[in-house]
Write a new protein. Sequence first.
Length: 445
Amino acid sequence: MSENLRTVADATCTFCGCVCDDMVLTVDMDEKRITKAKNACVLGRAWFAKHAIGDHPAALIDGKEVSVEDAIEEAAQILAKARFPIIYGLSDVICEAQRQAVAIADLVRGNIDTTTSVCHGPSGIAFQDVGESTATLGEVKNRADLVIYWGGNPAESHPRHFTRYAVTPKGMFIPRGKKDRTVVLVDVRKTPSTPVADIFLQVKPGKDFELAWALRALVRGVELDSSIEDETGVSLAVLQDLATRMKTCRYGVLFFGMGLTMTRGRHFNSGAVLALTTDLNEFTHFVTKPVRGHGNVTGADNVLSWQTGFPFGVNFSMGYPRFGPGEFTTVDVLAKGDADAALIIASDPGSNFPRGAIEHLRSIPVICLDTKPTATSKLAKVAFATSTYGINTAGTVYRMDDVPITLRAAFESPYPDDLQILTSIRKRVAELVGEKRVPALKQAS
Ligand code: SF4
């Protein structure tokens, strides 16, 4: 380690949706890497450690190193000529860059979708159907005396969710922290999160909807018989106890994860817990929040919603935005073989999409932006290496509770950032499509 160290206080970890903004980073300015991340959890420390400056080229076309300008020209030409271009990813870049991506989709009359479509997309649909009783994590910390986690394992996926926001911290009206809270966990199996819970409900796989509906019935005073245990795996007595606790708490919160949204029932499951929350507000104050994965996936939902009215799976081919989960979501577009060009931003569908979708991705020109080489960048025609948001790039991200957080950069990167590249592509595409396309939305500057 060199002597040339810099300390950056109040930095932000963007690895997961907790977006912890109390990091104290030690940066080795000679080696251009973070050597210490005080307050980070094990996942955050690994995130900061792995984003040292690499030695890969800033831009490649067909695997050969080129200038960033040439790569921008090639990318713009591909997008402007395509008949059904798709844009996908966006959950690990700043909101300012996400806005440019929406503008590109509008200009090329393409399709824009985010990783929400493969995680909490069903919740996005349910929010539109049922509505959302919401709160910030600060409010939860200061007020919640009943905390329910349903279909998630935060101890491993969001390690500081318990300690920073919802279980152990002392709050204004929760002076003794965990001692003043009841914590309930609902899941199909025990996980490393289970020991934190005072009450654990083991629901039968695929029966989350039935469980939520049974709780709705009990909260509303409907009598159930003991056969509910055969249906859900949870006894009537346990359900009655939980329904009573939910109705009589001062402030309840229900956090739900992909165990609810990506299993049988999907948006019906999300809708059921949102409806349960609505019922509970007849008796007390109750809120429900999805636990979000990527650092700015919530920002992607927000930016797409401001700009188009829809959170993901948006298509501009008619000259105005249309929402089409199952039709305009990227896995479906690729699996049907519809797309003829793809702009993939900070995501790696080449490694985690179904085989048919990856095969189609291989057959079309792909433009990829990522901080490091990935399976997608390797199959891409044009690949940009970008700097890392929250480490090298300032900007805005949204925490999982829709609170915007301003990032500060810890050290400079020789690589351009997503905003620079997407702005340049957007401007060049605008020149190429010219008068032929009138954007539906007010264009990003
Ligand atoms: S909980 Fe998430 S945001 Fe917070 S330090 Fe850990 S990985 Fe980073």
